[in-house]
Write a protein that binds this ligand. Structure first.
Ligand code: SF4
Length: 384
């Protein structure tokens, strides 16, 4: 298959998750919704079910969820509840609600109450430990994952064996490797893998069984490797934030010859930068993977009084030939907003130019963002 046809398949799936959900149900599969962040999807896969990412949507207004949410919740959380209330996600067989931030904690209870009241689907509560590296943190994490495992076994009707979980870990690690390879190749061939295409390929992973996804992505990576070196005349940036999957916003990058060299986005690279150790105790291995997640403002950083995300982003700029950073600030996201001054300080100290764009999934007019990106692209190209 050609590069264009593989990317267009991924783009179709990224644009129509509801269709993808209906297809899995038509095949007789059980599907579990998975909210952000760091849910051990491997358990769902090992139970023979389909994990289905829920990161809000760019295509829906907020109406029914207002009955449950304060207006200052981010749109990711509000729209996830909206889709659970308005029937979009009625075909799910259950939903996992991690509780890493101060919005997701109450939202997990809103979802639990709403789903029970409407008799829609079981909800699976997941609390990760903040102290995730010490032995007691690992044990807490294993306990929590064991609760999730039991709830999934009830939904699937069969036990999750260690062998099935070890296999799921292998499948997911292979998928992470393929996505990391793709991100590198997308940088090397940024004339072909534009920001909208890059986003669509990575977004599709949330709605596909990982073995099928990886097979297609490896085929795409092989085709990309055959391309001649790209002589990119535009500029390159690192993107950072929670999510940036709006094609209209990413098209502005393309209109201004701005390529994405690498990212520190929760919906993208933060979700696949750490593999699960392949060892004899697969539940502990999942907990160890969570413990090994670093450089994320949502997670307590025991190595430093200031979160080391900035350190990571400065490295990404240097290692990937970028000239600047674009920070997507999700409206009403306290963790990202509170950490921004440290990030700004570190980028200024490293003399790396950046801009911050406030976004949410209800935005349809990107006029201000277009002006800011155009001006930033001009600044970066003068520095090249
Ligand atoms: S965008 Fe921010 S506030 Fe919303 S769920 Fe994510 S971390 Fe929490």
């Amino acid at each position: 298959m050609s590069i264009e046809s593989i990317i267009s398949e991924f783009a179709g799936i990224a644009a129509s998750p509801a269709k993808q959900l209906a297809n899995y149900k038509a095949e007789g599969k059980k599907v579990i919704g998975v909210l952000p962040y760091y849910a051990p999807e491997e358990l769902v896969y090992a139970a023979g079910m389909v994990p289905f990412g829920m990161w809000g949507t760019n295509d829906k207004g907020i109406s029914l969820s207002k009955e449950y949410c304060a207006t200052f919740y981010c749109t990711i959380a509000q729209l996830d509840l909206e889709m659970l209330l308005d029937g979009t996600m009625d075909q799910l067989d259950g939903v996992i609600t991690p509780t890493i931030c101060d919005t997701l904690r109450p939202m997990s209870q809103n979802i639990r109450v709403a789903m029970a009241k409407l008799k829609k689907m079981p909800t699976i509560f997941l609390a990760h430990p903040q102290n995730r590296k010490p032995a007691y943190g690992l044990k807490f994490c294993v306990d929590q994952y064991t609760n999730v495992k039991k709830a999934l076994e009830e939904i699937s009707g069969a036990p999750i064996t260690d062998d099935a979980l070890k296999n799921a870990i292998k499948v997911y690690n292979a998928s992470r490797v393929a996505r990391r390879d793709f991100v590198k190749l997308a940088n090397e061939h940024c004339d072909v893998v534009t920001p909208t295409k890059r986003s669509a390929v990575l977004k599709a992973s949330w709605f596909m069984l990982k073995d099928a996804y990886t097979e297609k992505l490896v085929a795409l990576n092989e085709e990309l490797k055959k391309l001649p070196d790209c002589d990119w005349k535009g500029t390159k940036v690192i993107t950072s934030g929670i999510i940036c999957d709006n094609p209209a916003l990413l098209k502005i990058f393309e209109d201004n010859n701005v390529a994405i060299a690498a990212d520190d986005i929760a919906h993208e690279s933060r979700a696949f930068r750490v593999d699960v150790p392949e060892c004899d105790d697969p539940m502990m291995a999942l907990a160890m993977q969570f413990a090994n997640q670093d450089y994320d403002v949502l997670l307590y950083d025991e190595h430093s009084s200031e979160n080391r995300r900035a350190e990571h982003i400065v490295d990404l700029v240097k290692e990937n030939g970028a000239q600047g950073v674009i920070v997507f600030m999700q409206q009403f996201c306290d963790p990202e907003e509170m950490e921004y001054p440290y990030l700004k300080k570190a980028l200024d100290a490293a003399q790396i130019p950046h801009i911050k764009l406030g976004i949410d999934q209800q935005m349809h007019d990107f006029g201000q963002a277009a002006t800011a990106i155009q001006a930033f692209a001009d600044v970066l190209s003068m520095q090249k």
